[in-house]
Design a protein around this ligand. Structure first.
Ligand code: 475
Length: 817
């Protein structure tokens, strides 16, 4: 008997059918006969939402009235994915939904497909925030996600006839969006510009303009916790009335200008992953959502109080800064405490440092945000004063800790000189209680390299919390076949809220019956993906080949180029007979990646991949042996389809560059084997699954450092491995550009002369491990056994575990009573 602990539906199918009909009639004014799939989607979503409202209200009430400290997760990005099925799962209504929709004459899949995915994030950082708020709710911890409701999310990626990336606007709010609830009555005023004057010996900020921050609330239902938290995304609106004077002169466009400018603040998500660009508007966005959130928290926790005792603020809520994007919150809270509530500096600093903690998500120096003091002064003059004062106090504190003047100078929050810069990571480290990296190796490198001076002087501030992913979305919803098999194997479905239980599958890796079932599940997922791909993208993928996937943002450090070079080498070897066609293990390679619109090398790499795909897929010599597909617009939805169908996952960044990775966790949990370097969370995944069950290659962090030091000459590697030489020469000779030798010249030149991320140096070891991979794959039982051990041993990578680590190491709070 299998123990089912999943939540029990609050409604019967019949009741839910009626609820959908009611919504159609009263909210949408549509008859059942008129209703399209999209109408049913809206009606069902509104009906589902109603089932969450009571728990939402009690969660908020218990949070405000109780003594459990809440978590405020401040993040410029929340990459939520679709909402409907997640809500249905958490309410235990998946089956009732399917049956009700069928009873109304619709196909549940098509109804679910009508939901437009909100793309309010770039990649890993934004998706992590979404997993974390899911886990917070599922653990019953009171929490707010605070961010921005961008009108345009991450761009929609298309490819043109030449295989180049084209970006299209993602107007996700074009159709009715049933999940967000706009609450005009809880809006906040956010000020900008102007100057600071002294009045009665007090600093007073006289801002030049204001924007109205209107909250749009999304319910975040917990799985089986009975709790529903809030994701509060701020939308910018104008205060300025329609300018009648201008209007009368019929200068129609001028009349609405202030509105347009105010609303620009939340108009678009910056599509740069890792590099901060578009300085001014970005700083406006950051301050906009952080200021609104801080005021909102004071309103929520001290309702109706004119003179609240804010020394208790750190007991009410702890703010986690998701990277440096919300760090302007530190001087903002100082300003609020000192200027608005009259606290002295030391008390304000004590409250502030107890309230904030900072998570760093990168090791790339260019990704550490630095703001020109001049710009901060223009937009936020009072904050610049406070930042300078924080800097002065901090330097004084340092003088008490060390005599090393150079070190003190290196640690300045505000640099010296004509054009001083504010280092946001330093401000976050000085102004909060804890700093964490997102995987063991990353946290170690933060301490040893990036924030070394800080960790030497404040060792207790530094900790690690290894990332995780939510098993609800990434196993249960994405992979129902595997979920059922796991539940059958374990005899319970409790693993969905206690992922360590997957350990119980270890013995089943040696049970031929279970291995067979596992193989059937994987194959069925491959067939399902092939059908989806045919339908959605129009390509044919053969499920009887190995499915090998590399999906993530396109970045040089992630080294999609290593994968494409090895693939070209393989293609060349088959064509020129270096490998016998009959010995080639048939493989289908999938890529998914968006490049920042201004990132030239990344975009050229996309073009190359598309053209390699075009050439390889049309070459009869390799037909049935090698195929390459690059479905456009990789997003959460595509991830949910592709990950369960993948057998081999690529995590091949240069060691010391990927902070953690979270895709790596999703793949392992869905029974893919990883080929990877000792980087980010790969290190921990390999430890958990065992070295035998992970394909390791490439240089270590130390070897990389040594090689940089010795002087790296990529051309040497090009000369040394004929496979690599062949691959690069083919590109140079125009094999993937219709004979044109210039198209990829910048890529080739970079590889041969710079190759900062040492793709060439790792090529040989990467190409060699392919033989090992293919040998193992030929023994399907052995492969599947290892794949099962990957599933069984990666329960640690649940975001529930990450959140428990945050609770214990950083937040010091827990579930509501
Ligand atoms: C890391 N995004 C992954 C993941 O911790 C890690 C930066 C600036 C502006 C907009 N977006 C960003 C990131 O830096 C990012 O996504 N970082 C990623 O965070 C979660 O798993 O290794 O690269």
């Amino acid at each position: 008997m299998t123990e089912q602990t999943a939540p029990k539906s609050p409604v019967t199918t019949e009741q839910f059918t009626n609820e959908i009909k009611e919504q159609l009639k009263y909210a949408q004014g549509i008859t059942v006969e008129q209703a399209t799939d999209a109408d049913i989607y809206v009606a069902a979503s509104l009906a589902v939402r109603r089932h969450l409202v009571d728990s939402w209200a009690t969660t908020q009430k218990d949070m405000v009235n109780g003594s459990t400290k809440a978590v405020g997760y401040l993040s410029a990005e929340f990459l939520m994915g679709k909402q409907l099925r997640n809500a249905l799962l958490n309410l235990g209504m998946l089956a009732e939904f399917d049956d009700a929709v069928k009873a109304l004459g619709h196909d549940p899949q098509l109804v679910v497909d009508s939901e437009y995915e909100p793309g309010l994030g770039n990649g890993g950082l934004g998706r992590l925030a979404a997993c974390f708020i899911d886990s917070l709710a599922s653990l019953g911890v009171p929490a707010f996600g605070y961010g921005i409701q961008y009108k345009y999310g991450i761009f929609k990626q298309e490819f043109d006839a030449e295989g180049k990336q084209v970006e299209r606007p993602d107007y996700w709010l074009a159709n009715e969006e049933p999940w967000g609830h706009i609450d005009y009555n809880r809006s906040q005023k956010v000020n900008f510009g102007g100057q600071v004057v002294e009045e009665d010996g007090k600093k007073v900020w006289k801002p030049a303009w204001s924007v109205r921050a209107v909250p749009v609330d999304y319910m975040v239902p917990g799985y089986k916790s009975g709790r529903v938290n809030t994701l509060r995304l701020w939308s910018a609106k104008s205060y300025d009335e329609f300018d009648l004077l201008t209007f009368n002169k019929s200068e129609y466009l001028d009349a609405v200008k202030p509105q347009v400018e105010a609303e620009n603040i939340s108009k678009i998500l910056y599509p740069e992953d890792s590099t901060p660009q578009g300085k001014r508007l970005r700083l406006e966005q950051q301050y906009f959502f952080v200021a609104a959130s801080i005021h909102d928290a004071i309103r929520v926790f001290y309702p109706g109080q004119d003179k609240p005792d804010l020394t208790t603020f750190p007991n009410k809520i702890t703010f986690q800064l998701n990277d440096t994007h919300p760090v302007i919150g530190i001087p903002e809270l100082m300003r609020v405490l000192i200027d608005e509530y009259g606290y002295d500096w030391d008390t304000a600093w004590d409250i502030t440092t107890k309230t904030f903690n900072y998570t760093c998500h990168t090791l790339l120096p260019e990704a550490l945000e630095v703001w020109p003091a001049r710009l901060i002064g223009e937009l936020l003059p009072r904050h610049l004063e406070i930042i300078n004062e924080i800097n002065d106090h901090f330097l004084e504190e340092l003088k008490g800790l060390t005599r090393d003047k150079e070190r003190i100078n290196r640690m300045r929050i505000v640099t010296e000189g004509d054009d001083p810069q504010v280092r946001m990571a330093y401000l976050a480290t000085a102004g909060g209680s804890h700093v964490n990296g997102v995987a063991e190796l990353h946290s170690q490198l933060l301490k040893d390299v990036t924030l070394r001076d800080f960790s030497d002087l404040f060792p207790k501030k530094f900790t690690n919390v290894t990332n995780g992913v939510t098993p609800r979305r990434f196993i249960r919803l994405a992979n129902p076949r595997l979920s059922n098999l796991i539940t059958e194997g374990l005899g319970t479905d409790k693993w969905l809220s206690d992922l360590d239980l997957l350990q119980g599958l270890v013995p089943l890796a040696d049970d031929p019956e279970f291995v067979k079932k596992f193989a059937e599940v994987k194959h069925a997922n491959k067939v399902a993906f092939a059908n989806f791909a045919k339908d959605r993208y129009g390509f044919e993928a053969n499920p009887d080949t190995m499915f090998n996937t590399m999906v993530k943002r396109l970045h040089e450090y992630k080294r999609q180029s290593l994968k494409i070079l090895a693939l070209i080498a393989r293609y060349a070897a088959i064509k020129n007979g270096t490998i016998n066609v009959d010995d080639v293990l048939p493989r289908t390679v999938f890529f998914g990646a968006k490049a920042a619109p201004g990132y030239y090398m990344a975009k050229l790499t996309i073009q190359l991949i598309n053209n390699v795909a075009r050439v390889v897929n049309n070459d009869p010599d390799v037909k049935g042996k090698l195929a390459v597909h690059f479905p456009a617009n990789y997003n959460v939805r595509l991830a949910q389809h592709l990950i369960p169908a993948t057998e081999l996952d690529e995590q091949i960044s240069q060691a010391g560059k990927e902070a953690s990775g979270t895709g790596n966790m999703k793949f392992a949990l869905n029974g893919a084997l990883t080929v990877g370097t000792l980087d980010g969370a790969n290190v921990e995944i390999r430890e958990k699954v065992g070295a035998d069950n992970f394909f390791l290659f490439g240089m270590t962090v130390d070897e990389v450092e040594d090689l940089y030091e010795k002087g790296y000459d990529p051309a040497k590697y090009y000369e040394a491995d004929p496979r690599l030489k062949m691959a690069i020469d083919m590109i140079s000779n125009g094999a993937f550009s219709d004979g044109d030798r210039n198209t990829y010249a910048p890529l080739v030149a970079d590889w041969l002369t710079k190759d900062y991320f040492m793709t060439l140096a790792d090529f040989t070891s990467y190409a060699d491990i392919q033989y090992e991979i293919e040998d193992l794959y030929r023994d399907q039982d052995a492969w599947n056994r290892k794949a099962i051990l990957n599933v069984a041993n990666t329960g640690y990578f649940s975001s529930d575990r990450s959140i428990e680590d945050y609770l214990e190491r950083i937040w010091h709070t827990g579930p509501l009573a």
